[in-house]
Design a protein around this ligand. Structure first.
Ligand code: SF4
Length: 618
């Protein structure tokens, strides 16, 4: 390994590790702190590195496609929820150079090992595990792990490498399935859209990282004081006990109605809450699993009573969503099905949409009979499991087509079947604004450079039904002020979702660059002034709030630029046709409407898109 520099500055290690899996070359470099200062770190610096390292048009599954991991300056400190690790790579589902976010202990270990970034290039001639322990880098043979699920792989690696954080892929990634992802410590997903396939194409079964150092903090006393205040606010939080006991499923009653098919009754809603709601969760909960420094964790180890098995859960809310959307029997079936998909290393969202698409094809006579390629065409856990196996194994023509993502599906079943799904940039939507209303998360699906994801643009509209006044207060919290506030909250919309989305993206960009978890139960305790103070205490760099938010905006701008180079610029910001039809999809539908429930036309949406571009400055 070559010599390296580093820094005396707090938060950043100032060091980057480059590994080539083909040549086995390992290089440690200075990170160029000017870049971290300009783009804050994590998400921002990853994008900057990709501008240099990713040649436009590179095949996502080729050795030349780099995977860039990065953890921002707060990761590895005691700052609550500072657990984020960001991964950039060109992904096969959409062709975007996506920035994905994950959690658990990977980011912290990277920092404790002395690295702000890890860049992986090349392709190993045989299956390999990359092991990084402080300065030491090792390539361990992984043929015995190839073909194993994520959970078994992770457990076996923990036995051999105690104390390491494990980023692993399952058989779906090995088989280069476009809806594959990677899992961190068996509990956090990373990289919907095919990061698993990118790692699989490199013959990289897992990355293990352990660090024995710490993260230097510029002003520990100031940080202790800020964190004590933050914990005091947590103590006063009226829903603290409920959130600590239930995690994200505590919010389930707010969203459950959105998952019911059109025309469902109050009794149906009660039944759904009983089957997948908080009480059902408590019957399975074994213990809560947490990222380092999280004060309101939402991951679990669950005990499945009928098999006596334990499974990890990224969040029980995901199980409840997929279970209710696909009409599963109960919470146990939903949790075990989701764990099955996680173990294969598949994204449950894309696979769930593919299941819904097949059901639509059957209903409209494109598919006939009770099954296709061994996949039962009837709602339930069995359908999703069989589909997962079919896609992972690329079984038959249908499995082969679906494994190539939506491009493959539409080529196989016909372009006119696009109306049976909801796609932006070749990736399936997660939120249907005909059901939930057009908040920033719904709108962001259209303008995000990588297509729809669950992570970005979580503004106040995450909570349904807030009055404008409350929306204003929560928007100010994100560092928006002055004229920008007047533009966001202006006639004729009251709240202009196009303009607000720009600031939600910047808020996400800030959190992901510094390394704070963007989930609502964490992000609700922060405001821009507090983040600025924490950043100053950790790094020693004093910024005005406007300056800090300007850097977060620049990081997002770079992300858009990076993808415009791939031909995925603003011209791809096209809402799916299904949004303008009232036909139900996946049993749900209705008229496109805004956050406050007012109907929206195609022209309205175009006008909001142009407001978004105006607010972004282009
Ligand atoms: S809320 Fe969940 S993902 Fe976020 S830091 Fe806590 S445990 Fe990790």
């Amino acid at each position: 390994m070559t010599a390296m520099g580093g820094t005396d500055m707090g938060g950043y290690t100032g060091r980057l590790l480059r590994v080539d899996l083909g040549t086995r070359e390992v290089v440690a470099e200075d990170c160029r702190l000017s870049c971290s200062r300009e783009y804050l770190g994590g998400f921002g610096s990853n994008n900057r590195l990709c501008m240099e390292l990713c040649r436009p048009g590179t095949d996502p599954l080729s050795p030349e496609n780099p995977v860039v991991l990065g953890a921002g300056p707060l990761v590895g400190t005691a700052v609550p929820g500072a657990s984020r690790v960001m991964a950039n790579a060109r992904l096969p589902l959409t062709g975007a150079v996506a920035s994905a976010s994950g959690s658990m202990a990977l980011g912290a270990n990277l920092k404790w090992a002395g690295w702000d970034h890890l860049v992986i290039k090349g392709s190993s001639p045989w299956p390999v595990v990359l092991v990084v322990e402080d300065e030491k880098v090792e390539f361990a043979p992984a043929s015995a792990l190839w073909g194993k699920g994520v959970l078994e792989t992770t457990r076996l690696l923990w036995e051999g490498y105690p104390g390491f954080s494990v980023l692993a892929i399952g058989p779906a990634g090995e088989n280069r399935v476009h809806s594959s992802l990677a899992m961190i410590d068996a509990c956090s997903t990373l990289g919907r859209g095919g990061l698993g396939a990118v790692l699989g194409a490199k013959n990289l079964k897992a990355v293990l990282v352990r660090g024995s150092g710490g993260v230097k903090v510029a002003d520990p006393r100031k940080l202790r004081k800020l964190l004590a205040d933050l914990y005091q606010r947590l103590e006063k939080y009226d829903l603290r006990e409920a959130a600590a006991a239930l995690g994200m499923i505590g919010a389930w009653p707010l969203y459950a109605a959105q998952l019911l098919p059109h025309g469902s009754s109050q009794r149906d809603l009660e039944d759904l809450i009983e089957r997948f709601g908080p009480q059902a969760y408590l019957r399975l909960k074994k213990r809560r699993v947490s990222c380092p420094s999280c004060f309101l964790s939402d991951k679990d180890e669950l005990l499945l009573p009928s098999s006596g098995k334990t499974v990890f859960s990224t969040s029980f809310l995901n199980a409840a969503i997929v279970g209710s959307a696909l009409g599963m029997e109960d919470a146990e079936e939903a949790a075990s099905t989701l764990a099955f998909l996680d173990d294969l290393g598949l994204d449950f969202m894309t696979l769930g949409w593919q299941a819904a698409y097949l059901l639509e094809l059957r209903e409209h006579g494109v598919l006939r009979g009770g099954e296709a390629e061994g996949v039962p065409l009837a709602r339930g856990g069995r359908m999703l499991r069989e589909l997962a196996v079919c896609v992972t194994e690329r079984r038959g023509d249908m499995g082969e087509a679906l494994a190539e993502g939506w491009k493959g599906a539409l080529a196989f079943f016909g372009e006119d079947t696009r109306r049976f799904t909801m796609l932006v940039r070749g990736q399936d939507c997660l939120y249907d604004p005909r059901v939930s209303g057009l908040g920033t998360m719904e709108f962001e699906q259209v303008v995000s450079p990588r297509g729809p994801t669950s992570a970005s643009a979580g503004s106040a509209t995450y909570l349904p039904g807030l009055p404008e006044e409350r929306l204003r207060r929560l928007t100010e919290r994100m560092g928006v002020g002055g004229e920008a506030m007047e533009r966001v909250f202006s006639p004729p919309w009251g709240m202009n979702v196009g303009r607000l989305t720009r600031y939600s993206e910047d808020w996400f960009s800030l959190f992901s660059s510094l390394g704070i978890c963007n989930r609502y139960q964490i992000n609700r305790f922060y405001h821009a002034g507090l983040v600025r103070d924490i950043l100053a205490a950790v790094t020693g760099v004093e910024l005005a709030v406007e300056e800090m938010m300007g850097k977060a905006a620049a990081a997002w701008g770079l992300y858009r630029e990076l993808n415009a180079r791939e031909g995925l610029g603003p011209e791809e910001d096209r809402p799916p046709e299904a949004w303008f039809s009232e036909e139900p999809l996946w049993g749900r539908g209705g008229r496109l409407h805004d956050y406050f429930g007012r109907p929206l036309s195609r022209d309205d949406l175009q006008s909001l898109l142009s407001d978004y571009r105006d607010e972004r400055g282009r």
